[in-house]
Every structure is written in structure tokens, then in C-alpha cells.
Design a protein around this ligand. Sequence first.
Ligand SMILES: [Zn+2]
Length: 553
Amino acid sequence: MLSLARTSQARAAATAKAKVRVAAACRGVGTQAPWKQRGESQKQRQRQPQRDTETEETQTQTQYRPQSRRIQAKEAAALGGPQQTATSAARYWPKLETPKHAKRFTYHDLDGAEENGPVSVAWTDKFLFVEDPATENGRRTLKPATLRDSCACPRCRDTSSGQKTFSSVEIPVEIGLEHVKPTKKGLEIKFLNDIPRFVENGQEHVMVLPWESVDLSLKRKGMEDVRLPRKRSVLRRTGVVYWDRETIAQQVRRIDYAEFMKDNSEAFWDVIIDICRFGLVYLKNVPRDEESIVRITTRIANIRETFYGRTFDVRAKPNAENVAYTSGYLGLHQDLLYLDPPPMIQVLHCMDNSCPGGESLFSDGERVGRLLWPFITRHRMAPLAEHHVPYQYGKNGYHYFSSRYVLDGNTAGFSNVYWSPPFQGKYLSPVKDIRQWIEPARIFASLINDKEAIHEHKMEPGDCVLFDNLRVLHGRNAFDVSAQGGGSRWLRGAYIAAEDFLSRAAHIPKGMAEKYRGEQPWTPGLAQHRLKQSAWHEDVVRMVKELDPGVEA
Ligand SMILES: [Zn+2]
């Protein structure tokens, strides 16, 4: 049951992804990448409504218009209807006039740390208008029902859980504004027609709209300035260092286990920061105890249990249920790509590693993915981002399946790299011709497997490695348990899901995250730009040229 559900879910997700991709491809014109073009136009589209006519009646804004009616109206207009001259954006998201009778004030927090300057506020019983007098960012109309829904006062949000004490459907649709006044924390709002049970028996209900929300509405602050448990939001603070053999050797840290385990220790946050920046960090002096893996992992977040167990043992054994549990060479790969999503963090604690061989191998897959990303607009390279590679596990009563592009992304740019040859599934119907994919996939393979790209380290007992499975590919050299003098190799492992890790990483103390990053916040655009300036880029161009001579640097 479970496996079937997973499979159909994965398929549905894959189909949806494919549709987005096709849509993106259709939008793309000219030589520039389609997502870049779309990025531009999206911004313009967002801005347009405020710049256009302001004649629409205030009243119409309160009416809800389903998407289909919008489309019908547009069609009517195309047929010569009365709205022919107005753009659809201006027609449906008009900038509201501030009515003459509106009450007004300007707030300026003179002694506060507010760097964004004064805000002009106007309000009627139906709307709250905020405006930045200093810029042309326009005026925003905040809606009473939406404001009411976001109230975070102790009566609306449980003070211990932070959860809502009312349901959005309780808000009367005719809710309005009775009073608005500025305070240091934000705009204090009293509602007309508030949720009855909040105001019965003469009770007062007052909401405070934080200035941060006002700044977000005015776009004086971007969503990227809000601390969210999203990868991009976290990396913006920590920065990212893409690496090859030499650069990681200089910068990778081995942090003391006892320091890492201490409450509120800087060493703990250093581990989190290094996972974000490098996707790789070591602990040393870890006790040789089977429970150490649990202690280390749960120091960060809850464990992501899989069908391999809450924790797992990597050692050679007969009839292994995973190729990792043999003594052979294991090429660079990511774990569990047949799960959706695959776990983000992998923790491996070395218990024994006394036999010859068995060195751990790591390569920065995202570095290679981002270096190749600009070339996927080329016909010969496109299969890396368009061909679905199947991943599957189907033994011992389990059945998991997912399919992934080697280079995944969307209109906003590169998002992930997926590469795991030993765990690929079968093509259910070999009608598909994978030859077009093989050649660019070889370029990817040779870049990640380049001797200069691979960080090799023989883990000693007491070592523990933590790495980002969604970014860094890992593998190991063969080892010989039958060698003279005996010896054994035993690692214990556990995973953490992305959402659990990012929930933790969102709390990296202010100042610590930025300490290593430098002045400029990390953005994907900046990352792509810097990679293009790097010496690696030339190697990539050379290799891509062998397949596609027309390519330009
Ligand atoms: Zn409230």
C-alpha cells in the first residue's frame, strides 16, 4: 500500500514537474535562458498594477473573482467589450485612491533603529493604506480580513504553541477598521465587525501589525530578509563555498565532539554553518560507542528514519541488502534518491577502519551542477535537465521509486543535482532512447570524478563526517577484510531530513552566520556569476565544446 502510494505520488510529482518544464521551454524565446527572461517579466508584472490607472471604485476590491471569471472577462474584452483599453492587471488589481475622508498620519520612529524612514498611513472603515513618502514604491492597500487573520495577540495565538485559536472562516466578510494608531511596535488596529466571540461582553480586541509587515508590504524589505527555514534563506546568511580537492583540504574543519555537544557552544553552530557553506564537516574524538551516532544526530535535529532503520551500519556482510554493505569500490553517489524527498544530512561515525583501503570519497556535486547549468539551453546538453533517470529500490518487501533529472531546476534557476548510478532503476519500457543523455552525462561524471575534484579521507575510529547528501556526492574505495593482519571497517550512520535541518539552521545566531560569509549576502545569481569567473568554468567550456563545438565561453 505504502509503496504504491509513494510510486503514484512520485509519478504525479514528476508529471507536474515535466509540465512546468514544457511551459518554461515554450515561454523561452531568443538566445537568453527562458528562466532569466521570465524572471524579468515577472517583476514587471508585479509592478505594473500600481503604475496604471487608479479609477476603479474602492468598493469593487472587496469582491472575490475566481480565476475563470477573470479569463472570461479578458476574452470579452478581446471581442470588443467595454474594458478593451485597460490592461487586465490594471483592471483587476487597481491601485486604490485614498478617499478624501480618510484619516491620516505619518509615523517616524526617531529614536528607534528603524532604517527605513517614515511611513504615511491613511485609513477608512474599509482599508488601511500605507505609503513610503520617500520613494516611488507606491501605496499599498492592506485588507482588514487579511489583517485580522494574521493577528498574533495572546488571544489569537496560543502563547506556548503559537498556534491559532480561531479559524479563518470565523472572520466576518464585512469586517472593517474602527481605529488605527501608531505605536513603537507597529500599527495598533481595532476592527469593526470583529469575530463576535472576541468582542462579546464588552471585551476589547486589539491587533498590532508589526512594522516589519508594513515594510514587507511596501517592498522596503524583501522576503529574502525574513528568516525562514528555507535553504536559500539560510545560505543567504552563511554563504556557500564551492570546492575542489585543494580548496576543501585547506578549509574543511575537524571539530571536537565534546565541544560540539556542549549547550550553546560555538562549536555546535560551527558544524551547522560548515554544513551550509561546504556541505561537509568532520567531528573528532567521538567515543567508540554505538549510541554516539544517535547523540550526534539528535544534537542537531530528529533523525529521519528509513527502511534501513533509525540508524544503520555500513560494514561488509554476506547477502547485503545495499551495495554499500559490501567491501567493493562504491562510486560517487547520493543516498536514497528513490525517496521523495531524499534525506538532506548524512552522519557517518567511524567505529573501525583498520583494514587496507576503505577511504571515503567526496565531491561537490552542486559545484559541477551549477557550472553546467548555463549550458542546458544547448541542444546537446539539455538532456541533463530533461531526461528523467529512474531510481528504485525493490527488494526484501520494499518498493520505492522516483525519477530525477541530473540537473534539476526551474524558471528561477538551478536547484539540485541528482546522481546515483548504483541505485538507478530499470526503464520499464526501453522505448526511450538514452543515447542523447549518455554523452552529456559523461561530462558530468568526468567532472565530479576528476582527481582534482575529489576529497579523499580515510576515516579513523573516533571520526565522524556530516555532509549534505543533496549537494555532496560520496563514495569509498574498496577495502580488504581478508588482508594479512586482519582488520575491519565499520561505520554507523543516520540521516536528517531537510526541513528538520533547516529548522535548526534558521536559528544560527546573528553575527555567527555572517562571520565567514563576508559583506555580501549569498544569492544563487551571485553563485552562478562567481563560478563563471572561476578557472573551473574554462574546463567545463572545453569539455562541453567537444560535444557541442558551437558553444561560446
Ligand atoms: Zn488577536
